[in-house]
Structure formats: C-alpha cells, structure tokens
Design a protein around this ligand. Sequence first.
Ligand SMILES: [Zn+2]
Length: 407
Amino acid sequence: MGKDNKTPPVHKQVPGTNFIVDGFNYFAPETRDWFLTHFHSDHYYGLYSSFSKGTIYCSTITKRLCIEKLRVKPWRIREINPGETISIRSLQVTAFDANHCPGSCFFLFEVPGKGRFLHSGDFRYTPLMQRYRELSEIDVLYLDTTYCDPKHRFPTQDEMALWIAQETKKALRNPDVAIAIGTYLIGKERVLLRVWEECQHPICVTPDKMQILRLLDLPCDFNQVFTLDSRISRIHVVPLGYLSFNGIASLKKRLQGFSEIVGFSPTGWSFSGKSTISSQSFGSVTIFGVPYSEHSSFEELKEFVSFIRPKKIIPTVNVDKSGRLDKMLSHFHHIVSAPENKGNLFGYFQKSSFQSDESNASTVEIEQECMIVESSTSDLASKWCRRISSSSKKSTSPILKYFIKKT
Ligand SMILES: [Zn+2]
C-alpha cells in the first residue's frame, strides 16, 4: 500500500528539522531535504525519475544507482560520502560507512538547540567503527533492529565468505558441477570477491548484474573476475530466490547441462539457531544456507550501542507491534547513557501522533523475501561449525578494509 498521503513515522524524521531519512513514499510538504542511506528498495521506495520534491543526499555509489536504475535527475542529488561533513540549512550532517552494501551510509545530524541524532540505516557493526570518534554524545540513535533478538548470533562475514569460497573450490574439482551463489540487486559482493580470491575462476553474471557491479567501485580487476560468458565459468551469480524450493526450476534452467548444482544462499535469515550452516537437497541440487549477514547480529548491536551510549534509541525495523518494540528496547536499558531516560526510551514513540503508521513503516527488509533453508546440518557443515568455534579472532581482510573506508 502506498503511503504518499501519510505523514512520515518518527523513525524517518530528524527532530527540529523537516529532513526525512529513507521515506520517499510519505507525505511531507515542508520537506526539501531527503536522505537515502543506501540503495535497497525498502529504503528508496517511493523514489522515481519524476522526483521533484527537493534534494536527495546520498553517497556517490548510491547516486549512480539512483540515476542508472531509477532515472532520477542527477542535479536532484547532492553527494555526501563517508567521512564528509556538509552544511545544510545551518546544521551539520556527517556520513559514515555503514558496512552494509556498497554505498551504504549512516548519517549524524547535529541540530543546534535540539541535539545530535544518528540514523544508522541498515548496517553491520564492526569494531572498526569505534574509530568514528564523532559518534559521541548522541541524543537519539535510530537503530537497525533487523536482528534485535538474542537468537541471532551468527559468525563474522569473513568466516562465512571464506567458507563459501573454500567449498566452491572443492566443488570445482568435479567438472560436472556448477556452483550458484545467491545475491540481491546489490549486496553480497564481498562473498563473490572472496570466492575469486580463493578459486581464481571467473564468475558468470547476467548483463543486468554486470551493469550494476560496474557501478560499485569494487576493489578487484573487474574484467578478470566477472564474465558474461557461461562457457568459461561454472560459478554463477543468481537471484537469492532461485535458491529455494520455488526457485529450483529457474536455477536448473539457468544452469542446464550440469549433472549437479551446489548453491549457496548467503543471508542471516538462514541461521536456524541450532546450526550455523544448513543444507537441503533437491535431487541433483544441494543448497547451503550460510548465515552471511550484512546486518548486525544481536551481540554486535549491543556492542554498537555500548560504544555509542545514546540517550535514547528508536528502532527502525520490526517496529510493527508495540510489544515487540518494548522487548527490543529492553535489551539496551542497561546501556543507554542517561539514567533519567531509561524509563523513557520509548518516549518518541509515545509522543508521536504517527504511531499508527508504524505497521508498514517497519522496513520490510529485502532479505526477508528469501527462503529460510530448513536446518539439516551436513557433515561438511558440522565440521565447519567446529572449526569456527575453535578458531581465534581473525584480522580484518583487505576487502573489509576497502568497504570500511577511512574517515
Ligand atoms: Zn539494506
């Protein structure tokens, strides 16, 4: 249902301003400044080529995607990249790398006389974020609560990307096997680059996917890593939806001619709570659900909030039911910086007259569209689970360092 005639919910607003964050589909006649944290459809929903309601602020990569995919007028967009501060209507806005998908940012708004407001957008926390010293004395943190439940405790991205890369390498030893790796329109690129590092085997993509990948400034020799020629590659990038019961027919059609297909579905939603990696077989097709997430795990959320120590938290995802909101906020009661506010974490929602809009305002995360593979841990996966749990903490890979740019 469109919301063009509805007022933006509190978690899309910046107090003391008319700024809107990731809320193009709301009615805000006073608003001239629209912020876009990243190019996932649940965040740019409502943005079209005809946009004429003011200025859009986003990173260079997100700008390219808006122009290429949505045909937004270039002159409607003002770039703000991680590490940059710009002045808009006498207040300061700073962007930080959100470690979510290429081009993703979170924004700090410093509003004189009102406070310092941090909109996280979607993000995956990494301790490297603790070097963002500007993130102190935050009054309100608008938090990506996609996985705000203790059951979401998946491994690091490095571990899961490496696992997929190593299993791909093993599978390639059999010339009759094709490998399918699921991705979104953008997102999961780090997995692809890790696979390339490990296998040195070109990765086949569709022309549409190739066009998108070229916009992302990926840290690789692009023409060596990606190809359109399926005759020279057995590693194929496919939509995540193909790696599900309903998508198997499409997958087989795409990879016809192979006697066996091994698929990897890298998403935090594949974590069952019982096993780290799940697998399921559909005849000649085996699909691994790998909890490679581009959102923060529950423990990472807590670590991030401990680092930020905001006075208030406003969840931005899964906010459809007040009971769920209370539960999410309860995880942070002992962390927030202002004791007097502990009973008032919920304050902005209670005061808001827009609370009824929250039902669909909860960002219907694009990841939820993909299938959660039923848990049936294979021997292979069990071995890996043991390896992960016994492994020591790894250093940051060069790829992660690329995505977390210096600020
Ligand atoms: Zn996202």
